[in-house]
Design a binder for this molecule. Structure first.
Ligand code: GDP
Ligand code: IMO
Ligand code: MG
Length: 424
């Protein structure tokens, strides 16, 4: 069975944990968009792994992992991640393959990402991860990107880098008053990276096609989340790739007819990192309480995540856009001990009732959630492993989410460890 796993909110839903679970019965795990802006956490018997570029399936022994053409690859970050995993006893070589068509992140991308964020006003700031993601995707679309496969032809690579860097140094000098970057320095570094990365490159689209024909099970690991999608998210407070289901197709070079199921991951509440409107955001006391209990600090940048109530208006849009067949609800344990829980079931906008998530962030920032309030449960549920042992009020909360989203919940997560999971 071939499955796509999608974050149904603003990222950090707990995709890493679900990928690890679903990888057990998959043969190949594929990242298809985003880059090392992602941070996917997997906890195994008190060992914590945070994956940024390498699919989280790497932690399941013997699985093949692919970085598809839609991913933007920072080669330095990739080598670092491979070496860190190998040093911790995770075999990566021989199991990880990288698309020749994936675009590479260069130092000018991350530098421009940072300088731009620092030079604009607070209201314009996206709050990016400063990993160079946006500038790299912009270059891809402007047709001035350089791809992993270009490293194979040193003369061509050198010529291309020279052309691109001339323009980037102009931008750095004229717009940002920066001295610019050294051509020789970048060339030397990328020649060094080439020696480590070229042996991993293959035609990943062809590989996936053939794996499929042989009956292998493929799992597509989405990064970020539906509302960070460049087309369907809260633009411009989004990332620069398609985090919704279509990204898996273009970003890995496979056909939609190969896909059997789409799995959505939601947190039992909502979080977002960075700027942008967030209708159900908690008031500050509750925010601090949940941030602390849920350890809501970014896996990539360490920034505190903004937290809020579950937003069914938003999640319903994710169900529709991605055609979710089933859902995993994460971090239910974090809600234990609250007297009551709220779920946004609609928005009020200029006196009107909205049932659908608006496209404009201008409108969204004026929306007030209409809440349904439900009683909370007080029990610690981190040791629960079966649906029937969940407190009645927790079951009711989950059943309400299921009804609002018209999608079956198949996994309920009550802790970060692999075994703190209820299969429904
Ligand atoms: P991802 O980007 O979607 O993979 O999510 P992150 O790894 O960035 O953030 C999810 C965080 O929640 C990680 O620290 C996980 O270890 C943790 N986590 C996942 N599931 C649960 C859960 O059910 N309960 C608790 N308390 N933590 C969880
Ligand atoms: P995972 O895969 C949460 C957010 C950033 C910022 C916006 C744009 O771990 O769920 P970028 O650096 O991509 O240009 O930043 O997107 N963002 C994420 N938020 N989880 C992520 O990934 C994210 N990747 C990017 O905080 O608001
Ligand atoms: Mg994350």
């Amino acid at each position: 069975m071939n499955r796509i796993l999608i974050g149904a909110q603003w990222g950090d839903e707990g995709k890493g944990k679900v990928i690890d679970l679903l990888s057990a019965d998959s043969d190949v795990i594929v990242r298809y968009q985003g880059g090392n802006n992602a941070g996917h956490t997997v906890r195994l018997e008190n060992r914590k792994f945070v994956l940024h570029l390498i699919p989280s399936g790497i932690l399941q022994r013997g699985k093949v992992c692919i970085i598809g053409n839609g991913v933007v690859v920072d080669p330095n970050a990739l080598i670092d991640e491979i070496e860190t995993l190998e040093a911790r006893g995770v075999r990566v070589y021989g199991r990880l393959f990288v698309s020749e068509q994936a675009h590479m992140i260069f130092p000018y991308h991350s530098l421009i990402d940072s300088l731009r964020e620092e030079s604009i006003s607070k209201s314009e700031m996206i709050g990016t991860t400063k990993r160079g993601i946006g500038p790299c995707y912009a270059d891809k679309m402007s047709r001035v990107g350089i791809r992993v496969g270009d490293l194979r032809y040193p003369d061509y690579f050198k010529e291309r880098l020279g052309q691109v860097l001339r323009e980037k140094n102009d931008v750095l000098k004229k717009i940002y008053n920066h001295a610019g970057l050294s051509f020789e320095g970048i060339l030397k570094d990328y020649r060094r990276y080439a020696r480590k990365i070229l042996p991993l490159t293959i035609d990943t689209g062809l590989y996936l096609h053939e794996a499929c024909r042989k009956g292998k099970d493929i799992l597509f690991e989405g990064a970020q989340g539906t509302f960070l999608d460049v087309d369907h998210g809260t633009y411009p407070f989004v990332t620069s790739s398609n985090a919704t289901v279509g990204g898996a197709i273009t970003g890995s070079g496979i056909s939609p007819t190969m896909i059997d199921r789409v799995v959505g991951v939601v947190k039992a509440y909502t979080t977002r990192v960075g700027e942008g409107p967030f209708p159900t955001e908690f008031p500050s006391r509750l925010m601090m309480q949940i941030q602390k209990k849920g350890e809501e600090f970014g896996a990539t940048t360490g920034r505190p995540r903004r937290c809020g109530w579950f937003d069914a208006v938003l999640a319903r849009k994710a169900v529709r856009l991605n055609g979710l067949d089933e859902m995993a609800v994460m971090k239910l344990d974090v809600l234990s001990g609250l007297k009551e829980l709220k779920i946004a079931v609609a928005y009020r906008f200029r006196g009107q009732l909205l049932k659908n998530f608006p496209h404009s962030i201008y409108a969204l920032s004026q929306c007030k959630p209409v809440y349904q309030t439900m009683p909370g449960w007080q029990e610690d549920i981190t040791h629960v492993r079966r649906w029937k042992h969940l407190p009645e009020k927790a079951k009711k909360y989950l059943k309400r989410l299921e009804a609002l989203l018209e999608t079956e919940i198949k996994i309920v997560s009550v802790g970060s460890e692999r075994n703190q999971t209820i299969h429904v």
